[in-house]
Design a protein around this ligand. Structure first.
Ligand code: 5RP
Length: 259
């Protein structure tokens, strides 16, 4: 477990830049991820972990790449379903072990009428993952009528950790993101969410780090960037080197101009 956790969160900096490319499991062919292997090949050397599904791992990812894998093991509903995120277990732990993953990811939706199913699903995944020393990353969502504020995100993150998640992935919020971190006993990473201008995404990453997050599990704000490699490198400046959003944006512009 400790070895796998140290593959996911770098012991030298205490940070992690996870690259999320699992969108297709509920969104289908997301912009920028039409061909995942092609989209990530230049990003993988700069990612501390790659979050994806087993289908993409088997078909699109070179097994020779030395990048820790966080395997998505939840799903079951698509963007077309009004109960989006009413998810269950979609991959066995036997397959996760066989795929030699460093972590598994499961989504819970707190505040939805089906929350119970997702929380029990998380617990089952944790039981099975712990048996093999595999950390579970809980991706938290809240009911669709609820505001993504510190109160609800703290509630959902804490619930995920209480059920055994080793890492919690949440959204950044203002004000009081620090409260979400402080009341969660396990490390927190933030999702990027919808594509933002690069400066704003880097500023959000910086503020999340200031609030106590250990890093990001970011997708669209990297692979949909006008220069994905420059963007992931800029995010690394924030997470691993303590750069501010402004400093990282300057680095992004410089890297972009060199390309
Ligand atoms: C959905 C996920 C997504 O894959 C993840 O949130 C995507 O990252 P981003 O929001 O940065 O594009 O975990 O449950």
């Amino acid at each position: 477990m400790k070895n796998r956790m140290s593959r996911l969160i770098r012991p030298d900096t205490g940070g992690s830049v996870m690259l999320a490319v699992d969108h297709g499991y509920f969104l289908g062919p997301t912009t920028g991820l039409e061909k995942v292997g092609w989209a990530v090949k230049d990003l993988v050397p700069h990612a501390d972990a790659l979050a994806l599904t087993r289908g993409v791992l088997r078909h699109d990812i070179n097994p020779g790449w030395d990048v820790p894998i966080i395997l998505r093991v939840s799903g079951g509903t698509s963007i077309l379903n009004e109960e989006l995120l009413h998810e269950g277990i979609t991959a066995s732990m036997k397959d996760a072990v066989r795929l030699n993953v460093s972590g598994v990811a499961f989504s819970i939706c707190v505040g939805a009428k089906f929350e119970r199913t997702t929380i029990l699903g998380l617990s089952q995944v944790v039981d099975e993952a712990e048996e093999h020393g595999i950390p579970t990353l809980a991706v938290i969502a809240i009911g669709k009528d609820m505001v993504r504020d510190a109160r609800y995100l703290a509630l959902a993150g804490r619930i995920a950790a209480e059920h055994g998640a080793r890492i919690v992935k949440t959204y950044y919020c203002e004000p009081d993101f620090g409260k979400v971190v402080d009341t969660c006993p396990v490390p927190i990473v933030i999702a990027g969410g919808k594509k933002l201008p690069e400066m704003e995404a880097l500023e959000m990453a910086y503020k999340a780090m200031e609030g106590g997050a250990v890093g990001v599990d970011m997708g669209r704000n990297i692979f949909q960037s006008e220069n994905p490699v420059a963007m992931i490198k800029a995010v690394r400046e924030v997470v691993h080197k303590g750069a501010t959003g402004k400093e990282a944006f300057e680095a992004f512009q410089q890297l972009k101009s060199q390309a």
